[in-house]
Design a binder for this molecule. Structure first.
Ligand code: 13P
Length: 247
């Protein structure tokens, strides 16, 4: 399984160092792929401390341009050099708060792939869309917009994170059955747009209020390959507890 932590805007480099010193020694035998998506400023310390451990680090954003006058942005080459193996793209917080549109998200994916980064493409419906039964439609549109011009052989570097917006940071989450329904929608979109094999092979993870207290429930979902964990991952004890439940 892929177990991915999204630290969001939390932890200074020093706090990241403390976290890693405690966390890394406790996950030596872990059978899962662990990815910690750190703030930009913590990437370098993350790279240094995770070297040779099997734990990977990722970033939470990437510039949609490779070069040019982009004050305040970080491009794919910089991320790769700072040690990132993954990058989160299209998180709902960036789509809403930072007005990222589907065209930008598509460009970001292309930039990430060009620099050998694995993409964690976030998709998911909001509460109104859920209540009006538009989830499948929203997922299809978000995936198709994001993956325009992407080749089938590049899909192995793309993980789709199903993150319903109403579940992020709210303590609420879909049932395992509902997660599977959405994961099937995602796989069907990929299978229609690429191939049946691609639909089966694509990595899909679930994110939204995953915590130690509900991991045994949500992990009953059969159509996903892992989890993207926000708030709960900030305490390494919680993340360790989630990992041990998944063993
Ligand atoms: P929470 O786990 O805090 O709900 O956040 C999920 C998320 O946004 C991960 O990207």
């Amino acid at each position: 399984m892929k177990i991915i932590a999204n630290f969001k805007m939390n932890k200074t480099p020093l706090e990241t160092k403390d976290y890693l010193m405690n966390f890394l020694s406790r996950v030596k035998e872990c059978p899962h792929e662990i990815v910690l998506c750190l703030p930009f400023t913590s990437l370098f310390v993350g790279k240094f401390l995770t070297e040779g451990t099997g734990v990977k680090i990722g970033a939470q954003n990437i510039c949609d341009e490779d070069e040019g006058k982009c004050t305040g942005e970080i491009n794919g080459a910089m991320l790769a050099d700072a040690g990132a193996k993954y990058v989160i793209i299209g998180h709902s917080e960036r789509r809403t708060k930072f007005k990222e549109n589907s065209k930008m998200i598509n460009k970001k994916i292309k930039c990430a792939l060009k620099h050998g980064l694995n993409c964690l493409l976030c998709v998911g419906e909001n509460l109104v869309e859920r209540n009006t039964l538009k989830t499948a439609e929203v997922l299809k549109e978000q995936i198709e917009d994001a993956l325009k011009g992407i080749y089938e052989n590049e899909l192995e570097h793309i993980t789709i994170a199903y993150e319903p917006i109403w579940a992020i940071g709210t303590g609420q989450h879909p049932t395992a059955k509902e997660i599977d329904v959405s994961a099937n929608v995602i796989r069907k979109v990929i299978s229609n747009d690429f191939s049946v094999q691609a639909g089966e092979k694509i990595n899909v993870v679930y994110g939204g209020s995953v915590e130690p207290k509900n991991i045994s429930q949500v992990s009953k979902a059969k159509k996903i390959n892992g989890f993207l964990i926000g708030g709960a991952s900030l305490d390494y004890n919680n993340l360790l507890q989630i990992l041990s439940t998944l063993k």
